[in-house]
Design a protein around this ligand. Structure first.
Ligand code: ADP
Length: 152
């Protein structure tokens, strides 16, 4: 059976931190679905279409990667695409404390879907979409934090 993972996120915008987790995930999984969760209560800087376009451009030609959006619980989305894994990245204890109850709740809802965490690579531990947005807001240089496709 193919090992399929969902990498859920806001990707507002995609950063080199996300890319690091995705590239390492490709060594572990046969397929990865980059899934943008649509949360109507949350405000985003980039539109859903723009965030999706960034992902598509960044991973164009990568056969193992597909891009999707979803408006359900992440665990239900995993079932709908027949993924056995949820991929997430950990940068800090803040990430850990946020992720732990979510992963445990997801597992309680469906024990067939495992959440797999990859520790952020030291070179990108400080990178986050919110830092990129902040630099963009003040017209600073964020080029070293994002893939080429977002730089343009
Ligand atoms: P969400 O709103 O779901 O947290 P994000 O797009 O901010 O969406 O993050 C998606 C995933 O990518 C999360 O697991 C987050 O921890 C991970 N991530 C984001 N930036 C980095 C980074 N610099 N290094 C490792 N993982 C990261």
């Amino acid at each position: 059976m193919k090992r399929k993972a969902v990498f859920p996120g806001s990707f507002d915008p995609i950063t080199l931190g996300h890319c690091d987790i995705i590239e390492r995930g490709l060594q572990m999984f046969d397929e990865i679905v980059l899934a943008i969760g649509v949360n109507s209560a949350k405000k985003y800087t980039f539109s859903l279409e723009q965030r999706k376009a960034f992902l598509e451009a960044t991973f164009a030609g990568e056969e193992k990667i597909s891009i999707a959006t979803y408006e359900t619980l992440t665990i239900d989305f995993c079932k709908s695409v027949e993924a056995q894994f949820i991929l997430r990245g950990l940068r800090s204890t803040t990430d850990f404390n946020y992720e732990r109850p979510i992963a445990q709740t997801n597992r309680a809802m469906d024990s067939e879907v495992e959440t797999v965490f990859l520790m952020a690579s030291p070179a990108v531990t400080h990178v986050s979409s919110s830092i990129v947005r902040e630099i963009m807001k003040y017209d600073g240089n964020y080029q070293h934090l994002v893939p080429d496709t977002v730089r343009k």
